[in-house]
Design a binder for this molecule. Structure first.
Ligand SMILES: Cc1cc2nc3c(=O)[nH]c(=O)nc-3n(C[C@H](O)[C@H](O)[C@H](O)COP(=O)(O)OP(=O)(O)OC[C@H]3O[C@@H](n4cnc5c(N)ncnc54)[C@H](O)[C@@H]3O)c2cc1C
Ligand code: FES
Length: 274
């Protein structure tokens, strides 16, 4: 059992949660993730590490189905069933580069430790965060600490650049050159970023979020096709070259259990709220 030390609703549907840590914080590195189980009957879900200190680790999660809904209902002082990590390969570090980092939804939180590591390694970091509307953007001040410049992108034009990441990239990259793009967030965002930068030939690293079960390379559920080769996102990733990902395969596999996921959420809600 692991104690919840803090929980905060960052924006509608996206929570920040601090969890007690005995050892995970000792080995945590930017780009890694943890696996969380809300209760003893719950499924194991992967969540990026967004921060850590000498007694805790923290995550940012978006409520999408039963497991994230269960987590969203828990309060500081309550326990989750278990926590495993750090898992995955850390972000490959570069030095003295000009990096454009993009994040959307939970990926805004996931950017935080990666920006910090990029900055600490002497890179120039330009950050762009995107959401449907300005009320869904968060952590601007935290991200600015490790960014040379911070852009906000909203699809409804309520703040910053108007449009989606593809439009932003097309405009930004005609004026300024960068050595590398890094993107974190939902599959559509990482797909769009990769499709936009591919014809420009700019190195693009993306965090993928396929379905995972054991997260230790044993079950094969998280397999993704990278440059025609099968890789396991939990142990070979979760970050990959966005131009080498077979996106159609990833999007199809992510939706394989959609009917079961919907059923599970309606059972859970009936049980909880009657
Ligand atoms: C390495 C890795 C790191 C991740 N890090 C984070 C993180 O830091 N924060 C976070 O919120 N999520 C993260 N995810 C995604 C997260 O694991 C899933 O959102 C979670 O497992 C969903 O579980 P659920 O039971 O709530 O929803 P499910 O019942 O499994 O899914 C419900 C519905 O939501 C859809 N869905 C599931 N995940 C997403 C998603 N990410 N975006 C959009 N729709 C989705 C499903 O297709 C389904 O239709 C990460 C995934 C991986 C593989
Ligand atoms: S989740 Fe089982 S092999 Fe990656």
């Amino acid at each position: 059992m692991v104690k919840i030390l803090k929980k905060e609703l960052l924006v509608p549907n996206i929570h920040f949660m601090v969890l007690e840590s005995d050892v995970i914080h000792l080995n945590a590195k930017a780009g890694e993730f943890v696996v969380v189980r809300a209760d003893e009957k719950g499924e194991r879900i992967p969540l990026n590490l967004v921060d850590w200190d000498e007694h805790s680790i923290s995550v940012v999660f978006m409520e999408v189905g039963t497991s994230t809904r269960k987590l969203g209902c828990l309060q500081p002082g309550e326990m989750i069933a278990d926590l495993a990590g750090p898992l995955g390969k850390p972000t490959e570090m570069v030095t003295d580069k000009r990096i454009l980092a993009l994040g959307g939804c939970y990926g805004i939180g996931a950017l935080y430790p990666v920006l910090r590591a990029f900055k600490e390694n002497g890179n120039t970091v330009i950050t762009a965060i995107e959401a449907r509307s300005s009320f869904l953007l968060y952590w601007q001040e935290k991200l600015k600490k490790y960014s040379d410049e911070l852009f906000e992108i909203t699809r409804d034009g309520t703040k910053g650049f108007v449009g989606h990441v593809d439009k932003f990239l097309n405009e930004y990259l005609t004026k300024t050159s960068v050595d590398m793009i890094y993107a974190q967030g939902c599959t559509y965002l990482t797909y769009l970023v990769s499709q936009t930068t591919k014809p420009m030939g700019i190195k693009t690293v993306v965090g993928l979020n396929p379905i995972m079960i054991d997260a230790t390379g044993m079950c094969g559920v998280c397999r993704v096709i990278i440059n025609g080769e099968t890789k396991f996102a939990c142990v070979d990733g979760p970050e990959f070259d966005g131009h080498a990902v077979d996106w159609e395969n990833l999007l199809t596999r992510r939706h394989i259990y959609i009917n079961e996921e919907r059923q599970s959420l309606s059972f859970y809600e009936c049980e909880k709220y009657g």
